[in-house]
Structures are given as C-alpha cells and as structure tokens.
Design a binder for this molecule. Structure first.
Ligand code: AMP
Length: 407
C-alpha cells in the first residue's frame, strides 16, 4: 500500500514525500479512507504509530475541499490533547503535512503568556490545537469561537482523563455544533473513555492498532553524535575497544554496506556484507562466516537483515540511523535476545537529529549520550568472550541518570 492509494490530493502527497515518508503506517492505512469519507472514528493507538498523520492528512484534505472565507476568531477544526508538548508536536505536524495547502494552524496551551496565542487565532483558523484548560480560558474571555467547528479530534483521551480534564472537555463539547465529524484516539479504553466515546461519536468506525514492537529490555541504548567523515574511525575504535561477541552493523544503502565492509577489512576487522546486490552464494557465505566466527562483524541493509536468525549478537550498530522508529526497534531486537545483555549504538549526524527524536518518542525515553571513551561505555557481558569493564545493571539503562552523569 502506498500513500498514492489512499485518495490523498497532490499537495498532501508532495508534503508526505518531502517529510521522507515512503509508505503509510498501519494506522494511516486503516484510518485515512474513513476520515476522508467524513465518518466518526474511535482509534485505539499509541503515539509513535503515525497517528498524527492518520488524522491530520484527511482533515487537511477535507478542509481544503470546503475552503471558504474565514471569519475573525472563528475556528474550523479543533484538536484537543493533554499536554503542551503534544500540542506543539501536533501543530508542527500540521505545518509539515499542510505546507502546500495554504491553510492556517496554531496551537494554544497553558503555562505561557496568552497574548501571542490570542494574536495567532485572531484572524480565524483552519486548525486549532489546544489543551483544554487554556482553550476554556480563551472561550471564557470570548477570544475564540467554536460555533463553526467541522471536525473535532480528541487525542490521547485517556491521558486527558487521567489529568482531570474531563469536566473541561464536557464544557467544551457543550458549545460545539452537533453536526460535525469527531475522531477520538486513546491508547487505552477504560470505562470513562468508552462512555465519552459513546456520547461524542456517531456510528464510529473502530480502528485498533497495537504498537508493532517494543524494545528489548536488556539492550543498552547509546547514541554518538558524529558527522559523516568521522563515522568510520569511530566504528573501528568502538569495535576494537568494546568487548563483544558478534556485531551487526546497519547501513542505509547497499553501496554504503560495501564501503563500510571494505573499510573494516582494511583495518583488519573480520567483516562481511549482506545485501540485495550480492549473489545468493555470497550472502550464504557471509552469513555462515558470521555465524561460525566467535567475534564476527556483519554489515547489512534492513531488507537483507530481515529474518536473520543469529544468536549471540552483542552489538547492533546503526552506522546510519533509520527514519522509521519501528525499524530501529527491529534492528536492535537482534541484540540481547533470550535475556542476554546487548548494546545498541547509533551514530547520529546533525541531519539525523529529527530521526533520533522520532526513535526516542517511540521508546518514550532519550537514548544515552555517549562520551569520548567508548571502551568503557560500550562493554557488554553477553558472550563468553566478553569481559565487562563496567556492569550493565539496569533493565532500562537509558533511564539511569547517575550513569549518564558519569559519562
Ligand atoms: P506519531 O505517532 O504521529 O507521533 O508519529 C511518530 C513518528 O513517525 C513521527 O516522527 C512521524 O514523523 C513519523 N511518521 C509518521 N508517519 C510516517 C510514515 N508513514 N513513514 C515514516 N515515518 C512516519
């Protein structure tokens, strides 16, 4: 399934391409056609699944199709969410996906001076993203009108409920037009959310998306901020100094995999490449060598590594970061299997900071920033050959503040 198969208009397809998305995520495939058709929707999905584009893209298309003059202070669609951070992320997504639409977006949230926010809605808006408290404040001051709302999105409804926003939501819902499209997303569906859904949704389509995968708890996640020219030297240094068993290195392209492999072999590292341009025979050989060598290194592309079943991989190194957070989880899932400790090291160039952010969002934790002494930082005790110079004790090491402070 491609974005082109989802009946999206050319300006949206262009924006999605520019955002670097290649294929729609499962929630986007399941949601976009129904929202385009104007249906109400109940989505059980977490952040990190591509949920924002799942509602934003079809909303943008519908708003563009019915565009008319916007009256001052009048808002055409409303996205309610629990936190300031989420509001900022969502409005950023609208700017990204709606970059060629000519529509207007803004976010309002508490904790900051309201005046700039008031100015941003004064002329009227196509999409307002808001936290409930600040929205109520502005409604009470008659600085915003919700009388012309065509679409309402309740995002992370369970968190809004947990944060005590239900009374505020009720007050907001009371002033919205009865005829509208409503989309409700929630990671969990406790009884109060079901009740709310029953009240606000009309014959909704239900979409349930499980998080595809969750990271292996015994893997230690590290990130090195490094620019392209310094990557090879850092890689050699890490491989030389980290006690390890097998290391799997991911590159974005086949050509990149070959280049890295040549570089490693040149530096005396026992390395092989695995990618689609290799003959079946060459791939089988590379894999057999990797499996038989106690301390082999395999450089692979994501597609070639699919289905790779090799045990005792102590290190997964993302020589190139992926722009798909799920792929990150798949990659590092190769290490630390069956309870063994593993280490995931990601190289992140300044251009890849956004990809890193998406990965951290999916993991719901930042990766540990690596310092200058990789030998001590990346020791792993998974293999019999490995000698850990420092214990890797935490189940979720990227949560361990003390450790980070010592780096
Ligand atoms: P969300 O669940 O909306 O917070 O999205 C999680 C991350 O996935 C964001 O960084 C998005 O930019 C990214 N994303 C959303 N849809 C796609 C897609 N189809 N392909 C690649 N990345 C995506």
């Amino acid at each position: 399934m491609q974005f082109e198969d989802l009946r999206l208009s050319e300006p949206l397809l262009r924006a999605v391409r520019e955002a670097g998305y290649r294929t729609p995520t499962p929630i986007q495939i399941a949601t976009i056609p129904h929202v385009l058709d104007g249906k109400d929707l109940l989505g059980c999905a977490q952040t990190g699944t591509g949920k924002t584009a799942a509602f934003a893209l079809p909303m943008l298309q519908r708003l563009s199709a019915k565009r008319g003059p916007i009256r001052p202070g009048v808002v055409r669609s409303l996205v309610l969410c629990p936190t300031r951070e989420l509001a900022q992320q969502i409005v950023e997504s609208f700017h990204t996906y709606g970059v060629h639409s000519g529509l207007g977006f803004a976010a309002i949230f508490g904790g900051v001076n309201q005046n700039p926010q008031v100015r941003s809605i004064r002329g009227g808006l196509d999409v307002l993203v808001a936290t409930p408290g600040r929205l109520l404040d502005l409604m009470d001051q008659r600085l915003v009108s919700l009388a012309a709302i065509e679409t309402l999105v309740l995002d992370e409804a369970d968190r809004m409920f947990d944060m005590g926003f239900l009374p505020a939501l009720r007050r907001i819902l009371a002033v919205l037009p009865k005829v509208r499209q409503t989309l409700l997303f929630s990671a969990t569906m406790p009884a109060p959310i079901r009740e709310l859904a029953n009240k606000v949704l009309k014959s909704p389509v239900s979409v349930q998306i499980e998080r595809l995968s969750s990271p292996t708890p015994t893997v230690d996640h590290w990130v090195h901020h490094v620019e392209k020219p310094a990557k090879n030297d850092l890689l050699i240094e890490l491989l030389a100094k980290s006690p390890r068993s097998r290391a799997l290195i991911f590159t974005r392209t086949k050509h990149g995999a070959d280049k890295v492999t040549r570089h490693l072999i040149g530096a005396g590292v026992n390395a092989g490449a695995l990618h689609g341009n290799k003959s079946q025979g060459a791939r089988t050989r590379a894999l057999a060598e990797f499996k038989s060598a106690g301390t082999g290194v395999l450089v692979a592309t994501d597609i070639a590594a699919r289905g790779l079943d090799v045990h005792d991989i102590s290190h997964v190194i993302n020589y190139d970061l992926t722009n798909d957070p799920e792929t990150y989880v798949h990659r590092i899932g190769r290490a630390g299997r069956a309870g063994a400790k593993g280490t995931a090291i990601s190289f992140c160039t300044s251009e890849e900071r956004g990809d890193l952010k998406s990965i951290e969002r999916l993991l719901q934790q930042p990766l540990q920033q690596a310092g200058q002494s990789p030998a001590r930082e990346h020791s792993s005790s998974s293999a019999g050959t490995a000698v850990a110079t420092r214990p890797i004790a935490t189940k979720r090491p990227w949560r361990n503040r003390n450790r980070r402070e010592r780096l």
